[in-house]
Design a protein around this ligand. Structure first.
Ligand SMILES: NC(=O)c1ccc[n+]([C@@H]2O[C@H](COP(=O)([O-])OP(=O)(O)OC[C@H]3O[C@@H](n4cnc5c(N)ncnc54)[C@H](O)[C@@H]3O)[C@@H](O)[C@H]2O)c1
Length: 264
């Protein structure tokens, strides 16, 4: 018996990193998963490696037509939708005064508008059969420690991740108020070993603070009281819990998976 037996999930940004790990963990717990991403070839390969409980559909989270098509695809492949993970995100940084409005909008478009569109189009599909589960349907928004505390040189990233934190709470309250059995929670990872942190690792080496990638990772790891970076499987384990009926009394909450970073 898996924690997600019989459930169907859609994960955005699932070609690699945290999204791919969440898709794998969901399948390991019995779910069927539509992986989605803008990286079409990589996403299709990731889904293929996960076997016949996985399928892939191109979804640019900033494109409303893509969302309509992705929701139709998940219903077509697997018969409905119970779990949505708004995971797609980018982590551009730099000096605020050198950031163009186009740069700013690239981050806000993917990290914030993308979550809004996911809620708008995923919610109605989840509602169609959320009565089926003791814990109802589940929407999980991947925010960040940068949605709780500020990080220098990451203004747009922090702004969007903080906004996702409160968008999550507002949506959770709205569903509860309307008697919809849909829980909405956010996950706040600390720095986790994926492609998104590579520019930060490179910067540490460029500034002479680390001699190589391993030293840069160790240095970033020391930001966390636990003394290391997070692993994608550790973030995925939190998503499994929130998606499952074990989290039936949890909505509007923040699951912080950060090795103690924000406890200081
Ligand atoms: N790795 C970390 O340290 C960390 C920490 C906190 C939060 N997060 C968050 O976790 C989420 C996943 O990031 P990751 O660390 O796995 O990074 P990643 O770069 O490995 O994965 C991000 C994925 O999002 C996809 N993507 C980018 N733009 C998209 C778009 N417009 N539409 C659909 N997909 C798009 C990319 O193709 C990629 O597959 C992000 O929201 C990120 O902000 C990561």
């Amino acid at each position: 018996m898996g924690l997600l037996d019989g459930k169907v999930a859609l994960v955005s940004g699932a070609a690699q990193g945290i999204g791919a790990a969440i898709a794998k963990a969901f399948i390991d717990e019995g779910a069927e998963v539509l992986l989605t991403d803008v990286q079409v070839d990589k996403g299709a390969l990731t889904a293929r490696d996960l076997g016949n409980k996985a399928a892939f559909q191109k979804l640019d989270v900033t494109d409303e037509d893509d969302w309509v098509a992705a929701i139709a695809a998940v219903k077509g492949h697997f018969g409905g939708l119970d779990i949505l993970v708004n995971n797609a995100g980018i982590g551009e940084g730099g000096r605020l005064e050198e950031t163009t409005l186009t740069d700013w909008h690239r981050t806000t478009g993917i990290n914030l508008d993308g979550v809004f569109l996911g809620l708008k189009h995923g919610g109605p599909a989840i509602r169609e059969r959320s009565d089926k589960w003791p814990g109802g349907g589940s929407i999980i928004n991947i925010s960040s420690v940068a949605g709780i505390v500020g990080l220098a040189m990451a203004h747009a990233y922090c702004a969007t991740k903080g906004a996702v934190r409160l968008l999550t709470k507002s949506a959770a309250l709205e569903y509860a108020q309307h008697g919809d059995k849909i829980r909405v929670n956010s996950i706040h990872p600390g720095f986790t070993e994926t492609a998104i942190i590579e520019p930060i690792l490179a910067q540490l080496a460029e500034n002479g603070l680390a001699k190589n990638d391993a030293e840069a990772k160790a240095l970033m790891g020391m930001m966390h009281p636990i003394g290391r970076l997070g692993k994608v499987e550790e973030i995925a384990a939190g998503a499994v819990f929130l998606a499952s009926d074990e989290a039936s009394f949890m909505t509007g909450s923040e699951l912080v998976l950060d090795g103690g970073l924000t406890s200081r």
